[in-house]
Design a protein around this ligand. Structure first.
Ligand code: HEC
Length: 197
């Protein structure tokens, strides 16, 4: 009799745990939009997306993110330095960056950090949440296009949970849109061609 009672108590306990778990999930789902954006902002700060996606100004303490250009990506007005072919071939260094740290030269050519502000044409304004999540998960432009180039660390970012990636995207959608058209990447082939011409 005592054993039967213990089994009943255990079963009730499991049901209680299950109910608590369900409540927890629905509480997360019902997170307000403001909470979601705040969570996204936190993740984006900790993940330091701005180190590459926000243009810099040089100060005594080194390069500092220009808050007026938050997540604008490589600025169209920023001159693109020549591909440092000599330097990369002979110095023992694998990559080089511009003063804004938004343009990156390496064996992949030159890549330019994307405009992550919600501008409809030049930013993430027209992207879907699914495209953003898939891009981070499989390293393809907008989830199914060309491979995303270094040094964009999608391999690490893609390890976030779906809820985290949704929060990050909600944050980017909430910031000030900046009209800035980031140049297309320069592939290594066209660099070789240009240097032999
Ligand atoms: C070390 C530099 C660096 C860091 C750090 C970085 N990115 Fe990027 N990111 C890039 C570059 C460069 C590109 C452009 C790559 C290309 O053109 O293929 C890019 C592209 C992207 C894209 C466009 C993907 C697509 O579909 O084409 C998204 C979205 C993005 N980054 C989000 C993030 C987020 C979110 C973080 C922070 C968690 C982050 N990045 C951190 C350099 C970086």
């Amino acid at each position: 009799m005592k054993i039967r009672m213990a089994i009943v108590m255990m079963a009730l306990g499991l049901i209680a745990v299950a109910i608590t778990a369900c409540n927890h999930t629905s509480a997360e789902k019902s997170m307000s939009q403001d909470d979601l954006i705040a969570r996204g902002e936190h993740l984006v700060r900790v993940g330091d997306c701005g180190i590459c996606h926000t243009p810099k100004t040089m100060t005594e303490r080194g390069p500092v993110e220009d808050s007026a250009q938050l997540f604008a990506g490589h600025l169209k007005s920023d001159p693109i330095p020549e591909y440092p072919a000599e330097f990369l071939a002979n110095s023992g260094w694998m990559a080089a960056t511009n003063p804004s740290m938004t343009a990156w030269a390496g064996p992949w050519g030159i890549s330019f950090a994307t405009n992550l502000t919600p501008h409809q044409v030049y930013g993430c304004g027209a992207w879907t949440e699914t495209a953003f999540i898939n891009a981070m998960r499989n390293g393809k432009h907008l989830g199914n296009g060309r491979p995303i180039l270094p040094p964009m660390p999608w391999q690490a970012i893609g390890h976030h949970t779906e809820d985290d990636l949704k929060a990050m995207f909600a944050y980017f959608k909430s910031i000030k849109p900046i009209e800035n058209q980031v140049p297309q990447p320069v592939p290594p082939l066209s660099i070789e061609k240009a240097s032999t011409e």
